[in-house]
Structures are given as C-alpha cells and as structure tokens.
Design a protein around this ligand. Structure first.
Ligand SMILES: Nc1ncnc2c1ncn2[C@@H]1O[C@H](COP(=O)(O)OP(=O)(O)OP(=O)(O)O)[C@@H](O)[C@H]1O
Length: 268
C-alpha cells in the first residue's frame, strides 16, 4: 500500500535539548498509527512538526494524499492544512460564545477561496460558499453524532462532546491525514468508548490517522501499527503485540513513569 506520509530523520531541539531526534517513519494509506511514549518523549512535538506548527531543524517530510508525492517540511501550517493535514490538539480550543455549528464553520473558513473581503461585502459568491460550508459543517457534526447540538453553545457541551466537536472541525476540511493528540485524555469511560467507536468508524472509511495516546489498551485496540518514542528517539515500531513484547519499550515505561508502567502491565 502506498505511503501517505514519509518522515525522514526529523529533528527539533529546544534550547539545545532535542525534543525529537532523527525520527523516521512511514504511514501507509488508510492506516491508523499509534504514537506512544513516556511523558516528554516528543510525541506532541512530532505532530507539530508534521502539521507545520513547528519547524524542523533537520530532516524531511514527504506527503502523498493521492497521486504525486511532495515535500512539505518547508510549508506553513496553513499550507499543509490546505493539502489535507488536520490536527486536533490535546487541549480544547473551542470558540466560546459560539454555537457548535459556528465552531465547525470557523475551522472551514480557513480553506475558502474568496477570503475576508468577499465575506465582509457579502458578495453572492461568498454567500454560495457560505452555504457550502454550512452544509459541510452539518455533515461533519452528523458524522460525530452532534447534529442535534448544532445550535447549542459549544461551552454547554460535556467534555466528551467538546472533543467530538473538535474532531468535527477537523473532518469538515475533509482531511487526508488526521493527527489526534491524546483525544481520550480526561474523558470518562463512556465517553472514551464513544470516541473509540468514532475513530474505528473513521478507520473503516479509510481515513489515514495518527493517534497519540497514553492508554496502551486504547491504542492497541485502534492502531494497525504503533511507533514508540522515548527521549525524542524512535525506539520501537510494529504491531501493538510486537511493541508490547519489545524489551526496550517495557524498559522505557518501567524506568521512567509509574503511571505508564501501570497502564502497560494492565494490557497483559
Ligand atoms: N515549545 C517548547 N519549548 C521548549 N521545550 C519544549 C517545547 N515543546 C516541547 N518541549 C520539550 O520537548 C520535550 C518533548 O515534549 P513533547 O510535548 O513533545 O512530549 P510528549 O511526548 O508529547 O509529552 P506528554 O506525553 O507529556 O504530552 C519535553 O522535554 C518538553 O519539555
């Protein structure tokens, strides 16, 4: 199967300390890739390097949503978003005081062609585009099970549904590669299950995803393959079963993080 994403020897340091060091990985079309590792391993930094919210010091990133492969590591985050790379950040970034629908529509405006002037003047082409965005936003809300919440204030949603709303905002752009940074963190059991089912259904639709997750049971259920980072380096990669049996992975968790070790053992 062809690769959607090829990261080659990517590095990024902060104040002389590597957050990500010489990491290379390939994500196949339609794959769900888990990314795990102890606190501070470099997982979020890796995602920001892929989405363009951080610039790499070294290394290349190539992307092939369909057809031709291109180098994207010098492109802005906005340009990468337009090419279909969407990221859902760990912390909720909703626009308060807006409805659920408006929150999704604001995300979609980033990719409109006519821009601010046409919107400000309310030109016909803008109104047509606006109607299209609204339809896409409603479809995205429907996809995550929030269609009935479209007109309600985003702040009124429980945390689990706020996460789904962020996912809807990402899906509204019809991405080819979706990066999810700990989408289940802080959720209650029922909310986690709903989120897992949603991710499974996106996977069944063939969407290529990368998923940072601390809970090894959760990631093992969802991921085709798992990449393990520790202290900025990629220390293991394989199926969930393979990485769980990898001595260096077990050592990284047991050595540095009590909660991680507990989560690890719980998977048996
Ligand atoms: N903007 C920044 N400025 C300085 N240091 C940073 C910055 N972002 C990340 N780091 C450092 O880089 C390292 C990797 O951090 P990162 O957030 O990528 O790890 P992580 O694996 O996502 O951790 P967690 O599981 O705790 O979210 C850490 O030592 C962190 O302190």
């Amino acid at each position: 199967m062809s690769a959607v994403l090829t990261v080659d020897s990517i590095s990024r340091a902060f104040g002389g300390v590597y957050a990500v060091r010489d990491v290379g990985l390939t994500v196949a079309a339609g794959e769900t890739r888990g990314v795990i590792g102890p606190n501070g391993a470099g997982k979020s930094t890796l995602f920001n390097l892929i989405s363009g919210h951080l610039a790499a010091d070294h290394g290349t990133i190539r992307y092939r949503p369909n057809g031709e492969e291109r180098r994207i590591d010098r492109l802005s985050a906005h340009a990468r978003a337009r090419l279909g790379i969407a990221i859902v950040f760990q912390s909720a970034r909703l626009f308060h005081g807006m409805t659920a629908l408006e929150n999704v529509m604001v995300g979609a405006h980033a990719r409109t062609r006519h821009g601010f002037l046409a919107a400000a003047l309310r030109l016909p082409r803008h109104r047509r585009e606006e109607a299209g965005i609204k339809a896409d936003a409603l479809a995205a809300l429907d996809r995550v099970g929030l269609r009935d919440w479209a007109g309600r204030p985003a702040d009124a949603l429980p945390l689990g549904q706020q996460r789904s709303l962020q996912l809807a905002r990402a899906l509204c752009a019809q991405p080819h590669l979706l990066l999810l940074d700990e989408p289940a963190s802080g959720l209650r059991a029922g909310e986690r299950e709903a989120l897992a089912q949603l991710i499974e259904s996106l996977r069944a639709d063939g969407l290529t995803m990368m998923l940072i997750e601390h809970d090894v049971t959760f990631v093992s259920r969802l991921a085709d393959r798992v990449s393990v980072l520790d202290l900025g380096r990629l220390i293991a990669e394989g199926t969930p079963e393979q990485v769980r049996a990898d001595a260096s992975v077990v050592a990284a968790y047991l050595g540095r993080e009590t909660t991680g070790a507990a989560g690890w053992e719980a998977t048996g």
